[in-house]
Design a binder for this molecule. Structure first.
Ligand SMILES: Cc1cc2nc3c(=O)[nH]c(=O)nc-3n(C[C@H](O)[C@H](O)[C@H](O)COP(=O)(O)OP(=O)(O)OC[C@H]3O[C@@H](n4cnc5c(N)ncnc54)[C@H](O)[C@@H]3O)c2cc1C
Length: 398
């Protein structure tokens, strides 16, 4: 048996013994979206979700490839893929959803001091601290480097004043990774990357309501916020490079499943149950053809993601090609949500009330939520610009 086969066998046994029974019997949706985001104020609707998080964190498998000295699993890329496959085989829920795992951790591994890595990474692995992302500002979204949140050197600390916007889950997060301006004379070279506690005096998060009815993000205000100097990551005025690297991780994560609208639900099955079935196929020929085209695109997309991931592992690193997958993932998810509500007909347009099943209401809200997919993590237009200039090498005439 090869080492990898042995690892697979051991992983399978461990998962059989440790994936809690209480999570096998009830789906995430039926658990009222029991996704676990961790943090000081974490809520566990299902107590087995806490058990699952603790067991996975203990093995470092919430961050399978991070080094063991920072709490990670220390797995090779091939072992991590086996773990992913085995988790998929038993349809395990993610033990932890976390901006710390997806975005901050990878850049800390690359840019933070040893002391910072030991301080922040293990807490991310264990889901003890929930992070939010303080990038966008009014007037600095696509043109992020125009950000103006001021950070002054006050000798023994930094003093931060300004405003962020669209800060996802700022009202529930414990800490923020935040881009600030430390030099007003230069645009890109005047930005720094700092970390601070959201309970620091002077931090205020005000939720904003979305068309889907939920309030996942906030306006975030900073008034004379004092930040210890050892919470600067990388060099002073060197934050732009870290900011861009983090965006690559964000786009990669969004693309490899972060949208997932109605994931696990087969479009064909939904269409058959609403518009009917003929010879085992969706009865409406036009809808059937569009669902088939969507499936082909989804398959091609999955293969492209796989290729880009393999290239990254082969040492080429995460490159601008991530913009291809961010753009396509957004379009695919929007198309999928659109097809889903279309197949449901008027049942796909409910908001509340007894006339609609929970799945129908979730489809409507998921469709409305999907409108943001082509904006979050960099808009589709901006990602197409990146693909044109940096992937295809087309000339920039501006
Ligand atoms: C669901 C969601 C969650 C988010 N979460 C966070 C978060 O946690 N933290 C955070 O910091 N931000 C977050 N954002 C903000 C997001 O990063 C910004 O909305 C995005 O970068 C666009 O910036 P903007 O809204 O200022 O739009 P603008 O930059 O003003 O863009 C407006 C329009 O102009 C187009 N445009 C702009 N520049 C160009 C160009 N050069 N070429 C062609 N077209 C262009 C854009 O594509 C867009 O259609 C979130 C957004 C959404 C929708």
């Amino acid at each position: 048996m090869s080492d990898l086969e042995t690892f697979r066998a051991e992983t399978r046994t461990w998962l059989e013994e440790n994936y809690p029974k209480g999570l096998q019997q009830v789906s995430l949706e039926d658990d009222g979206d029991g996704s676990i985001w961790g943090g000081r104020r974490a809520k566990f609707k299902n107590k087995d979700a806490k058990l699952w998080l603790d067991r996975m964190a203990e093995k470092g498998w919430t961050a399978p490839t991070w080094p063991r000295e920072y709490g990670g699993g220390g797995l090779s890329a091939a072992e991590a893929r086996v773990l992913q496959q085995e988790l998929g085989r038993i349809k395990a829920r993610p033990a932890l959803m976390s901006f710390g795992l997806w975005m901050l951790g990878p850049v800390l591994l690359e840019y933070a001091t040893e002391e910072q890595k030991r301080e922040y990474l293990p807490k991310i692995v264990r889901g003890e601290i929930r992070w939010c992302q303080g990038y966008s500002e009014p007037g600095a979204g696509s043109d992020l480097a125009s950000l103006r949140t001021r950070c002054e050197d006050k000798g023994d600390h930094f003093l931060i004043n300004g405003q962020k916007i669209w800060t996802s889950y700022a009202d529930q997060a414990d800490w923020i990774f935040c881009l600030v301006r430390t030099d007003t004379s230069k645009k890109h070279e005047g930005i720094s990357f700092v970390l601070f506690d959201m309970t620091t005096p002077g931090v205020e998060a005000r939720p904003i309501k979305l068309i889907s009815g939920s309030s996942p993000f906030c306006e975030t205000f900073f008034t004379d916020v004092k930040v210890p100097k050892n919470q600067l990551v990388g060099k002073l005025n060197g934050g732009w490079e870290i900011a861009k690297r983090l965006l690559q991780y964000e786009r990669q994560n969004i693309s490899s499943g972060g949208f997932g609208g109605g994931a696990g639900v087969e479009l064909e099955d939904v269409a058959k149950s609403y518009v009917g079935e003929e010879d085992g196929r969706v009865a409406d020929a036009d809808l059937r053809a569009r669902i088939a085209a969507h499936r082909m695109e989804a398959k091609a997309f999955a293969l492209t993601v796989r290729r880009i991931e393999e290239e990254a592992k082969a040492g080429k690193g995460l490159g601008p090609a991530v913009s291809i997958i961010k753009y396509s993932a957004a379009k695919l998810n929007q198309d999928r949500c659109e097809l889903m509500v279309e197949a449901m007909g008027s049942q796909g347009l409910g908001w509340e009330g007894a006339g609609f099943t929970p799945a129908e209401l979730a489809a409507t809200r998921g469709w409305l939520r999907s409108k943001g997919n082509s904006i979050e993590g960099g808009t589709s237009e901006v990602n197409l610009n990146v693909v044109a200039k940096r992937v295809l090498g087309l000339l920039d005439h501006q």
